[in-house]
Design a protein around this ligand. Structure first.
Ligand code: IPE
Ligand code: MG
Length: 222
């Protein structure tokens, strides 16, 4: 979800206004994806590198997360949406971390759609954690090195239990993955759009899904 700051700047508004508009766009994206039958939508809300931003902006983003979870939880739950978190959200202020934990617990039984929010997430860090987990099992003697295969690695990632990543959308004209779902993106279709995230509405989501439907996926085959 990139481009909040540029969206605000173009309007002479503070960056925080861009983030607020971005949260609104996230709400619309979830709804549009759900209506289109998307099984799982992951939103990259805060990367493990975003801690490099000024404290005031981190505080704005944390506040927005708090507000979003509180305000949206009821409707997400009513719509049968299961919330999942990628990354280590415990690094946020304890009340936010607790709020997120409660939201995950409350929606755990829902099965219409999964919304995964990547919070303090970075793909390299995720792979480091997964490697440590597997190495720990080997050290304890419960896993042989030869037993480590793609499935075991996948099971040790934050995304375990989620369907394969089919489509990765990056907004705001940037064309890089920025440490997002690196393992999972191996065969994902990539879509780079110029739209700034706050302008990414239901129509934009539907257009992205139609574009995906036109792609021919061969997975290395013919
Ligand atoms: C993305 O928008 C929001 C998120 C992290 C946290 P940016 O804040 O990166 O917006 P630009 O890139 O400055 O336009
Ligand atoms: Mg950016």
């Amino acid at each position: 979800m990139d481009g909040n700051g540029r969206w605000a700047k173009a309007r002479g508004l503070p960056r925080s206004a861009g983030h607020r508009a971005g949260a609104e766009a996230a709400r619309k994206a979830v709804r549009a994806a759900g209506e289109a039958g998307v099984e799982c939508l992951t939103l990259y809300a805060f990367s493990s590198e975003n801690w490099r931003r000024p404290a005031a902006e981190i505080s704005d983003l944390t506040g927005l997360l708090r507000f979003y979870v509180q305000k949206e939880l009821d409707s997400l739950h009513k719509e049968g949406i299961r919330l999942k978190i990628l990354g280590d959200h415990k690094a946020f202020e304890s009340d936010v971390a607790r709020l997120v934990d409660d939201a995950v617990a409350r929606t755990a039984g829902n099965d219409r759609m999964t919304v995964a929010i990547a919070l303090n997430y970075g793909a390299r860090g995720e792979l480091v954690q997964a490697t440590r987990r597997l190495a720990g099992e080997v050290a304890r003697g419960t896993l042989e090195p030869d037993q480590i295969d793609e499935e075991r690695i996948e099971a040790a990632l934050d995304t375990h239990g989620l369907p394969p990543l089919d489509l990765l959308i990056r907004t705001s004209g940037e064309q890089r993955l920025s440490n997002f779902l690196l393992w999972q993106a191996a065969y994902a279709e990539l879509l780079f759009v110029d739209t700034l995230w706050p302008d990414f509405d239901g129509e934009a989501m539907r257009a992205a899904l139609s574009e995906y439907a036109r792609r021919e996926r061969r997975y290395g085959g013919l």
